[in-house]
Design a protein around this ligand. Structure first.
Ligand SMILES: [Mg+2]
Length: 121
């Protein structure tokens, strides 16, 4: 499954990318939300997005808000976040995030989260 990782941190991309490859997935990268929209137009076969919260240019919540209006991506979006405030998580879910995953996470947690949101579709 092609999975788009949207995160401004290259080390985090490399770590998550390695986990996804070991789980048999095909990860690609965008550094922030604006870039993610461009990457999605070039890769219409992306099945899931792992979305960081804090990023320059367009952050994760702004990306979700735009997608809620424009619906350019209709597969699951999972927020990767260090934010554990219930209000922020609620805001992300209301803007269309399928679920969230707290950083740092293990490969097992990532796998179970991916299976869960794909089953929900
Ligand atoms: Mg970040």
């Amino acid at each position: 499954m092609k999975i788009l990782i949207v995160d401004d941190s290259k080390p985090i991309f490399m770590m998550v990318s390695q986990m996804l490859k070991e789980l048999g997935h095909d990860p690609i990268w965008a550094e922030e939300g604006q870039k993610a929209i461009q990457v999605l137009s070039e890769h219409p076969d992306v099945s899931l997005i792992l979305l960081d919260w804090n990023m320059p240019v367009m952050n994760g919540l702004e990306f979700l808000q735009l997608n809620k209006e424009d619906k350019f991506f209709d597969h699951p979006i999972v927020m990767m976040t260090t934010e554990n405030s219930p209000e922020k998580i609620q805001a992300a879910l209301e803007c269309g995030a399928a679920d969230y995953i707290m950083k740092p996470f293990t490969s097992d947690i990532l796998q179970s989260k991916i299976e869960m949101v794909i089953d929900m579709m």
